[in-house]
Design a protein around this ligand. Structure first.
Ligand SMILES: [Mn+2]
Length: 315
């Protein structure tokens, strides 16, 4: 689906309810908020469906835009959702009723009758921006704050290889609204909670290194966050911390949970994190991927390490 056709669809419909994914990140929530505000600016009725896993530091994005359940006649659409496996954990929507998927994940599983998926976009927020421009929406400061949060967080503050000229153009358009973007940068990239620091400290003592330190895997036992006085929500992005250790090309964390093990993989350019995650039915981007494994933690770590070493040697 082109941007033009997507804009035509949105113009024609009304009563939108925007869905994000499980463990929503800045891009999911920023894209949802930006799109919601943009649709409202066109005179439409639009809401973001409440995501119970919204982290505290991102709660400001959709604060005044949410509903707990979609209206009967709602037009359901998703942003940044790569697969039905990661639908948000709000039981009040019917996945069969999703009409449109807006996404930027190259490796993904189709689930909606209408889809616009552009893997050239470093963030879903960039695609939302393009669609809003196609719709003739004038960017407001609130929209800019939402979209900038999506763009900046999905690119690690414009550091990832996925960052393009388009990414900077969208960020520039956000800045041109006069919105104060510095607090977002400070909150997202220049602030670390004590809980997260404790988790990182634990990781430094419990990471296994392979292939001369090029591959690193850290298995985090169930209840670790609680034990360290950290929040579950502070466990996001820890694979990126492991990846930042000098010499590491491919890093993974395994979070042992009640019914499954949550896998997160990060890779430097030249390697493919998503390909590793696909072995567990997950997906993502080359730089970052995720999956869930129902094997035991030991089996998960063994299979994961094998896939990472294979990627290191053949990727
Ligand atoms: Mn994204």
């Amino acid at each position: 689906m082109t941007r033009l056709k997507c804009a035509a669809f949105l113009r024609q419909k009304d009563n939108f309810c925007i869905l994000t994914h499980a463990d929503p990140d800045g891009d999911a929530l920023g894209s949802a908020a930006g799109l919601c505000l943009g649709l409202r600016a066109l005179g439409k009725t639009a809401f973001v469906l409440e995501n119970p896993q919204t982290p505290e530091n991102l709660a400001f994005l959709c604060q005044d835009l949410t509903v707990s359940a979609p209206a009967e006649n709602a037009t359901l659409l998703t942003v940044d959702v790569a697969s039905p496996r990661i639908f948000m954990k709000n039981p009040n929507f019917d996945p069969e009723k999703i009409q449109l998927r807006i996404d930027h994940h190259g490796r993904s599983t189709s689930f909606a009758p209408l889809e616009i998926v552009d893997p050239q976009m470093a963030s879903c927020a960039e695609l939302v921006y393009d669609i809003l421009m196609e719709l003739g929406v004038a960017l407001t400061q609130n929209m800019a704050i939402a979209l900038y949060t999506g763009v900046s967080t999905d690119t690690g503050c414009f550091k990832f290889a996925s960052t393009t000229a388009h990414t900077f153009r969208v960020a520039a358009a956000c800045a041109e609204t006069g919105a104060n973007l510095q607090p977002i940068n400070q909150a997202m990239f220049d602030t670390v909670t004590l809980g997260k620091l404790r988790l990182q400290s634990w990781i430094t003592g419990h990471t296994a290194f392979y292939a001369d330190g090029q591959v690193a895997v850290c298995v985090m036992p169930m209840g670790l966050a609680k034990e360290l006085g950290a929040q579950e929500s502070e466990m996001g992005g820890l694979s990126g911390f492991v990846r930042s250790i000098k010499g590491v090309k491919i890093a993974a964390t395994v979070q042992v949970q009640e019914n499954e093990n949550k896998i997160s993989v990060r890779a430097v350019p030249g390697f493919d994190a998503a390909a590793i995650c696909e072995k567990f039915g997950g997906g993502g981007h080359k730089g970052a991927g995720g999956a869930a494994s129902t094997l035991t933690p030991e089996e998960t770590a063994a299979k994961l390490t094998e896939a990472m070493l294979e990627q290191l040697n053949n990727g």
